[in-house]
Design a protein around this ligand. Structure first.
Ligand code: SAM
Length: 286
């Protein structure tokens, strides 16, 4: 008997449904239900929330989310072999688990969810960053989600929460921290998974802010950070030259030394630069 529900242990579920992990689907399963319940608790108060889970696999985290009281879980899974195991969980929690069989990159889950919505997932590593960037760049803010509780390779998690001056600091940190609070809430060794990946993993908790931390046009901010970090070793006056003929004056205006490099610059300064650039472009002045 497992510790969080009356369903069979996950090893037994995996053996019975022949759910041998497939590398091409990024399958590294969590089999310890105490651990999945702990991850589910990091997602915050689930009682009144719908939870979107990507890649439930045999359902360890799904069971954690349901046991922790999620109002409803919508799980999107690409691997048809996992569906019978997930159907058993749905039967044990009547009306609280819906499963969509398909590719999370192709499916718009919103029509199946009722706010407030949280997202929780032990993500397949090959699509994790792409999904995160989508969730961080919706057409309107606030986004459909209140929080994202996501497992990543530790190196990716560190890029999401990185501060200026570190090697990990770059576009992903700026994107995540501009309109959300982002922190690492757990680190897991390879042994926590079956099969164990080569690297450590970490759970990142992102909480949506009501609006941007500092005002800036998203497209202009994105242009600046792309140019700045694509050539992160260069001085900003060189890497941003293509954005405006008088980029040095704009950098000065934003309080940024033209000789500084991207990784030294705080989010607030990038936002100030984005507003200065926008004002120049709007005014049509060279
Ligand atoms: N949540 C389970 C756990 O924690 O044990 C499984 C996590 S495993 C790292 C990733 C899961 O995502 C697998 O079940 C895999 O089949 C599924 N998956 C991979 N690519 C997917 C995609 N494009 N859309 C939906 N699910 C996907």
């Amino acid at each position: 008997m497992s510790s969080i529900d009356n369903l069979p242990p996950l090893r037994e579920v995996i053996a019975r449904h022949d759910l041998r992990a497939k590398k091409q689907l990024g399958q590294n399963f969590l089999l310890d239900l105490n651990l999945t319940a702990k991850i589910a608790r990091q997602a915050g108060d689930l009682d009144e929330c719908d939870v979107l889970e990507i890649g439930p696999g045999p359902g360890g985290l799904t069971r954690g989310l349901l046991a922790e009281g999620a109002r409803h879980v919508l799980a999107i899974e690409k691997d048809a072999r996992a569906l019978p195991a997930l159907a058993e969980i749905a039967a044990a929690y009547p009306g609280r688990l819906s499963v969509i069989h398909g590719d999370a990159l192709q499916i718009d889950p919103l029509q199946h969810l009722t706010p407030p919505i949280r997202v929780a997932a032990n993500l397949p590593y090959n699509i994790g960053t792409e999904l995160l960037i989508r969730w961080l760049t919706p057409a309107d803010w606030p986004p459909f989600w209140q929080s994202l509780t996501l497992m990543f390779q530790k190196e990716v998690a560190e890029r999401i929460v990185a501060r200026p001056g570190s090697k990990a600091y770059g576009r992903l940190a700026l994107l995540a921290q501009w309109r959300a609070d982002a922190r690492i809430v757990m680190t897991l060794p390879p042994e926590a998974f079956v099969p164990g990946p080569k690297i450590h993993s970490a759970v990142v908790q992102l909480t949506a802010l009501p609006g941007p931390r500092f005002p800036a046009d998203p497209a202009i901010l994105s242009q600046i950070t792309a140019a700045a970090f694509n050539q992160r070793r260069k001085m900003l006056r060189a890497s941003l030259r293509g954005l405006h003929p008088q980029i040095e004056a704009l950098l000065d205006q934003a309080g940024i030394a033209p000789t500084a490099r991207a990784e030294e610059i705080e989010l607030e300064r990038f936002c100030t630069l984005a507003r200065a650039l926008q004002a120049r472009r709007d005014a049509g002045t060279p």
